[in-house]
Design a protein around this ligand. Sequence first.
Ligand code: KG4
Ligand code: ZN
Length: 341
Amino acid sequence: MSTSTNKPLLILGVETSCDETAAAVVADGRHVLSNAIYTQIAIHQPYGGVVPEIASRKHIEQTDRMIDAALSDAGVSPDEIDAVAVTCGPGLVGSLLCGVSAAKAYAYASKKPLIGVNHIEGHISANYITHPELEPPFVCLVVSGGHTHIVVVEDYCRYRLLGRTRDDAAGEAFDKVARLIGLGYPGGPKIEAAARESAAPIPFRPPFLNDDSFDFSFSGIKTAVINYYHNAQQRGESPSQSDVAAGFQSAVIEVLVTKLIRAARAEGMTRVAMAGGVSCNGALRALAEKRASQEGMTLFCPQPVLCTDNAAMIASAGYYRFVRGERADLSLNALPNLRLF
Ligand code: KG4
Ligand code: ZN
């Protein structure tokens, strides 16, 4: 999709829904000119998770700096931007408010159109950046710290939900298990690294539900890991972190990949995608790649820096809303429970 002139459409994206303060400039929804990210991971690490109040305070400090960095890294002046796209939900309300307020102020002062973007749509759209040839329809597994969904991307901006988690998100399960076994925060990358060292993964049962749905549940496996750990400790044993991590990871990715492929088959789709922080996971990507190719399907994943929270994905999603004529006004608000489906 392109505009009537040859000049690319430049969207400034702003993302502050959780603990990354990010701004980016993306041309025509697909080409990243800059992708500035200030990550607060180290700040929240001592608390074992994101502390919303601290996150908001850091966003206040960093949002304008990231916007300036995004513009200067891209080598574009504020005047050259065609629109400002900002995550308005779902997420932490205080965090969201920082980005929404900054984007509104920026759009108002520079007389640029404003677009509100759903964070989940942003994650899905990261695939358009990494794979310029990818067009809807396709089936996408969105797996992050806050979300686990199987979505049919019917068209740009048009989604149908096939399944979702009934309790914890996949990334949340990684984070909780990592904390439990003493690996610290954020859990996903630490579990992945520990699992690589395992010689004998603990055979946790993959948490399939007793039905044909595309829904997930990760609270049971979390409890299974807790019980395994406590029982071992009561016997005076010290369980191997890496064997627990490997067993947990393998059970979780088995369910994620099986349901993604089954969903694509049910929908008659040969293109499957993944998105969100957990889709950085190398074991998940390898298993999905293997199963997709066995089924004659093509797998798409964003490059890792676009899997975790960033503003390039928000600019990409914003572009497709912008070219459809969508505009937000200055009443745009932070919507912590914003829905996409
Ligand atoms: O997409 P994201 O940055 O933020 C949300 O929208 O939630 O995802 C963060 C989540 C965290 O739970 C983190 O542990 C998980 O993604 N994650 C991973 C990996 N890298 C990040 N999970 C498994 N393996 C990884 N390599
Ligand atoms: Zn996210």
